[in-house]
Write a new protein. Structure first.
Length: 230
């Protein structure tokens, strides 16, 4: 999706506040269009816009209630991950309209925003943040805690693009619009504000080219295919 498509998608999406209710009733309650489970005590799934007034109007019919809620007026649901051919560990937050290639790995705590793209066999390590439309190619490693800036507004802005076989060390920050070339290496903790050529190794704040990838660098950044098997 390009930026304008994402903007239109968010603007026109129905904003929802999904809730889950655990209700011990004194008398039967009509929960409207919400989904209700249980013949005695009820578990109710629905939107607070509808369920809030129903609960308020039926206070005398409720012995006890617990209300669970994790967002407010959300425009973008989380991605349905059931049929994605990748390994996605617990605690990753991935929004709808994200593309994930086969045998990719997304580790705990990663946050992947709308429109982001993750290539085949790429590892997104723990706590990585990929902004809207941030794009990572195939067989990359994005180290723990790294931030790949994405942009949805202004629509003309360019997100981070990381090409195939790149390696980004832990806690790096790649500023919006930066292009990381194929086989490039970004050292841990670097802040990248300029494009990185194919095969370059950059380090520092701001990151600068310190050399080009050689046999020693390749050994230190080698990816393990065994980790990517499903």
């Amino acid at each position: 999706m390009n930026a304008q498509e994402i903007i239109n998608y968010i603007a026109t999406a129905e904003k929802k506040t999904p809730v889950r209710l655990f209700v011990k009733e004194k008398a039967p309650i009509d929960y409207g269009s919400a989904r209700v489970f249980g013949a005695g005590d009820k578990i109710v799934f629905g939107d607070w816009r509808e369920l809030g007034p129903i609960i308020e109007a039926n206070r005398d019919n409720i012995e006890d209630i617990v209300i669970e809620n994790d967002c407010r007026n959300s425009a973008i649901p989380l991605l349905d991950m059931k049929d994605i051919k990748a390994r996605i560990e617990p605690g990753a937050v991935i929004r709808e309209q994200v593309t994930i290639g086969e045998n990719a790995i997304i580790m705990m705590g990663a946050i992947i925003n709308i429109g982001a793209v993750i290539g085949e066999g790429t590892m997104i390590d723990m706590g990585v943040v990929m902004g809207g439309r941030a794009t990572v190619g195939a067989h990359c490693h994005i180290g723990a805690g790294t931030v790949l800036a994405g942009v949805i507004e202004p629509a003309s802005a360019t997100p981070v693009i990381v090409e195939d076989n790149a390696f980004i060390g832990a806690n790096a920050v790649v500023i919006e619009g930066v292009h990381i070339g194929k086989n490039a290496v970004v050292a841990a903790g670097s802040v990248v504000i300029n494009d990185v050529p194919d095969g370059a190794v950059v380090a520092g704040v701001p990151a600068k080219i310190i050399k080009y990838k050689d046999q020693g660098t390749s050994g230190k950044t080698e990816l393990l295919d065994a980790l990517r098997q499903l």
